[in-house]
Design a protein around this ligand. Sequence first.
Ligand SMILES: Cc1ncc(COP(=O)(O)O)c(C=O)c1O
Length: 293
Amino acid sequence: MSATGFENKPGYIWINGEFVKWNESYEHILNHAMHYGSSVFEGDRAYNGKIFKLDEHSKRLIRSAEILGMKVPYTAEEINQACIDTLKKQGFTNAYVRPYVWRGIGDGLSIAGDNNKINLLIAMWEWPSYYSKDELMQGIKLCFAEYKRPSPATAPFEAKAAGLYVICTLSKHKAEAKGYSDALMLDYQGNVAEATSANIFFVKDGELHTPKADTFLNGITRRTVIALAKDANIKVHEGYIKPEELGDFTECFLTGTAAEITPVSVIETHTYKPAAVTAQLMDAYYKLVGKTA
Ligand SMILES: Cc1ncc(COP(=O)(O)O)c(C=O)c1O
């Protein structure tokens, strides 16, 4: 048994159209995804029994797979339904949802895996809010990551591909070892990009500033927050932000399905005070997703 016992939870995982017992959900260890990183995934969240932006997540999953040359053998509608069925089967109302597509086992273990089966699983687990809004408003601390977001000519940045997370895991581990919660990654040209699994926003004079998403995932939450800001007549600037400009901002927060809106209080030597704009967008986001807990 592993340190967490995560493999021994009760319940089921939807795998290729069937509910398989959580603790019996195994795949042969010589599968292509494990050896060559040929897998893509999603992270959705269910609030009060409804998966937020489910269709957008399912479509992004299919698109991510396509970018990696994999044709998902299910339509977005079928994936949506499977997610809804799994939520029901698990009996959850608030949950994190993990659809995952991978290239499975083949005739051998060659780098080419065109004939290997493409698989889909949907797992979900309860993920309550650990922090109240007041606690969140204290803000988390970020340091700079050692690794940079690669150029679009080097990595398929629009795909939510598991392989792209290697530098994220390394950066997060290093940040935590130094006492920070997460790391801020720059892009290959030295512009501010994003955290290891969330996008970043800044506030200056009541207006939002966020890096242009041309080397990293343009998150569904990022787009949602931009729309919410525009609805609230908060001006949004998408552009290149240099590390030297980090001292110009007063508020900072991260966005992501898992992170939701997480205020930031420190980036290395810069300090921020999560305040009115962050709080207003958090309230608007919670209302939109139907978060009550
Ligand atoms: C690297 C990375 N950037 C950004 C995001 C935010 O994306 P979303 O808001 O679609 O969850 C995520 C989370 O999925 C991520 O892993």
